[in-house]
Design a protein. Structure first.
Length: 151
């Protein structure tokens, strides 16, 4: 365990937050790594949902919707910010009890990537793994997607 900053409402350790920062820095510094950036953000956010308070509830919903749209509907990850603007039009979402994340891929699996193609493969696998972890809530998320007119 290390000391350092974390996110204000994600439930992450300083060490994990630092590894996530390394992955984000790589994605922003090199366009070859950036293609699935939205999946990086979504996977990390829903893997660290925090506690049931307004910002965390909105974050988990927004990132699960985006993750579902990209993983299941092959939505273009580059359109994530546009999609987020639509999602936040909904005034509120319900808290979804987070699934266990033990044994799932994490940002630690991605940070070790040595080449852009490996990075993209690992990010996609991580996102799909995390989306699968949330399977008990897929019907709710799909309902939100329909309600927002995104499907």
């Amino acid at each position: 365990m290390s000391d350092g900053p974390t996110h204000p409402y994600y439930g992450c350790s300083p060490a994990c937050w630092a590894r996530y920062g390394e992955v984000l820095a790589r994605e922003f510094q090199d366009p070859a790594y950036f293609g699935l950036h939205q999946l990086t953000v979504d996977a990390y956010a829903v893997q660290h949902p925090g506690i049931p308070e307004r910002r965390a509830i909105q974050s988990v919903a927004l990132h699960l919707i985006t993750l579902g749209m990209i993983v299941e509907n092959r939505f273009d990850p580059g359109q994530g910010p546009r999609l987020h603007r639509r999602i936040v039009e909904r005034p509120s979402f319900d808290w979804l009890d987070p699934p266990p994340m033990e044994g799932r891929m994490t940002v630690l699996d991605v940070v070790s990537a040595q080449r852009p193609r490996e990075h993209q493969r690992l990010v996609r696998a991580w996102a799909e793994d995390v989306w699968q972890a949330w399977a008990p809530h897929h019907q709710v998320v799909r309902g939100w997607i329909r309600e927002l007119g995104l499907s």
